[in-house]
Design a protein around this ligand. Structure first.
Ligand code: GDP
Ligand code: IMO
Ligand code: MG
Length: 448
């Protein structure tokens, strides 16, 4: 049994999409367990380029069945748009793409609420993706949200009324124009019925399907969106997303019990980035930061916003390794550091004159923390597309060994370019276990 979780260890955009696309031929199914179209996963191979938001990154490579789990929040319009785009690109998703009947529905009013709340916060805004993710999880927790299965239910009208009674006053309180923009119950019901019809071929009890597949010896890759430090409970609250992006979220978000998960692959950038507001201890405001942003093309896949860039933060990464039980790491974007003369790695935080190596909970501590750095030499050589560890420059190997030591998990994959072909798979016990022994298949599929 191999059921591997692939998740981001930092603040998102670690390159999860690329790694999932590469390794998915080793699995029978790929399932997302949280988030919505706040995610943006870029997948590139040969001369092709895809930006995925809802669809698991396993949809493009091989024939894995793809699931959108019950822990997700789904805006049907955006789902259809993405489905049309991949169909147009010649990818056949029919019969292998499924949505949980228990996933929550995002409506336009959730997005409006998200935008109105952010505007009201002014300088304190979180910098959300403005897509209604937070409000959709709020109506779920308030037990008034609609689930995908409800869209075709006989009680739809009363459920919509209940939702409007909950959200309407909040929107009116935040926005003077809300009243005119709010749909009537009848309009919303009609829209939901239209969605239900088009969604019908995709909707399943995905919890049962995933468990049945595992019962029959199948293997599942669980694909995380966002990153551990954006997790609602464990991240830099309140500057987080509203779902459980950590490994613990898998069981809740798919209905596959923790006892069935066999390994965790943590995707981590060789430096750090963050989009939106919130503390970022190793952030660089100098020319090195601009260099990483430029060379790493650090602009959001979903919103196009520039990503903040900084040095590798081993305090945060170690915290993330512990939270997720990371068995191996996929280190991405090593090539982006190719030209640097010197590299710094944060090994501790100085807070109120004290050095701390644990990741603090309080935002005020994180905001005032000064990074303690270890400085190592850069390699100043081209690493793009390197396929063997022995061919990496010695200083790059030393850098990876340092990250491995500081974080406490072995490096299993090394990415040195955006393309599927530009990934080094380390032949080790950890990678073989994560891939269920299908290391050779993954390597063979790398150029396909
Ligand atoms: P995700 O949200 O974790 O899937 O990551 P994104 O796709 O949002 O952001 C990662 C970006 O880096 C994408 O534009 C990828 O094409 C790109 N990328 C991934 N791995 C590498 C790498 O090793 N080197 C370089 N230069 N780019 C990479
Ligand atoms: P992927 O899957 C990076 C950030 C937003 C904001 C905060 C809350 O591509 O790694 P939300 O709209 O979720 O309520 O925004 O979370 N955020 C991401 N940052 N990558 C993502 O996804 C993100 N999804 C949300 O920028 O700071
Ligand atoms: Mg992304």
């Amino acid at each position: 049994m191999t059921n591997t979780v692939v998740l981001g260890m930092q603040w998102g955009d670690e390159g999860k999409g690329k790694i999932v696309d590469l390794i998915c031929p080793a699995f029978d199914a790929v399932a997302r367990y949280q988030g919505g179209h706040n995610a943006g996963h870029t997948v590139k191979f040969a001369d092709r380029h895809f930006a995925l938001h809802f669809l698991p990154s396993g949809i493009l490579h091989g024939d894995a069945r793809c699931y959108l789990g019950n822990g997700m929040v789904i805006y049907p319009e955006a789902f259809f748009e993405e489905l049309d785009a991949i169909t147009e690109a010649g990818i056949d998703a029919e019969g292998r793409l499924f949505i949980s009947d228990r996933a929550q529905v995002i409506l336009d009013l959730h997005a409006r609420l998200d935008q109105a709340r952010e505007a009201a916060r002014g300088a304190d805004k979180i910098g959300t993706t403005a897509r209604g993710i937070g409000p959709a999880y709020e109506t779920k927790a308030a037990r008034v949200g609609l689930r995908i299965g409800d869209l075709s239910g006989t009680d739809l009208e009363s459920r919509v009324e209940q939702l409007m009674d909950h959200v309407g006053p909040q929107l009116r309180g935040l926005s003077a124009t809300a009243e005119a923009e709010l749909p009537t119950v009848a309009e919303l019901v009609a829209r939901c019925r239209g969605w239900a019809e088009r969604l019908e071929p995709f909707v399943r009890d995905t919890t049962k399907e995933l468990n049945d597949l595992i019962d029959h010896g199948g293997s599942v890759l669980f694909e995380g969106a966002q990153g551990a430090l954006l997790d609602l409970d464990h991240g830099t609250f309140p500057y987080v997303t509203s779902s459980s992006a950590t490994a613990g979220g898998v069981a809740i978000g798919t209905g596959v019990a923790p006892t069935r998960l066999t390994g965790v692959l943590g995707v981590i950038k060789a430096y750090t980035t963050r989009v939106g507001a919130g503390p970022f201890v190793t952030e660089l405001h100098d020319e090195v930061g601009s260099h990483l942003a430029k060379r790493g093309n650090e602009f959001g896949t979903s919103t196009g916003r520039p990503r903040r860039c900084g040095w590798f933060d081993a305090v945060a990464a170690r915290y993330s390794r512990r939270l997720n039980g990371v068995d191996a790491m996929a280190v991405t974007k090593l090539d982006v550091m190719d030209e640097l003369e010197e590299i710094q790695v944060c090994t501790g935080y100085e807070i109120d004159g004290e050095i701390r190596t644990d990741f603090p909970a309080r935002i005020s501590d994180l905001m005032s923390a000064k990074p303690v750095y270890e400085t190592v030499p850069g390699w100043q050589q081209d690493t793009v597309g390197t396929l063997a560890v022995a061919e990496l420059p010695q200083a790059a190997r030393d850098y990876l060994a340092l990250l491995q030591d500081l974080v406490g998990a072995p490096v299993g994959l090394i990415s040195t370019g955006p393309r599927r072909e530009e990934t080094l798979v380390v032949d080790s016990e950890a990678t073989r276990r994560i891939l269920g022994g299908k290391l050779d298949e993954v390597i063979a599929g790398r150029g396909a």
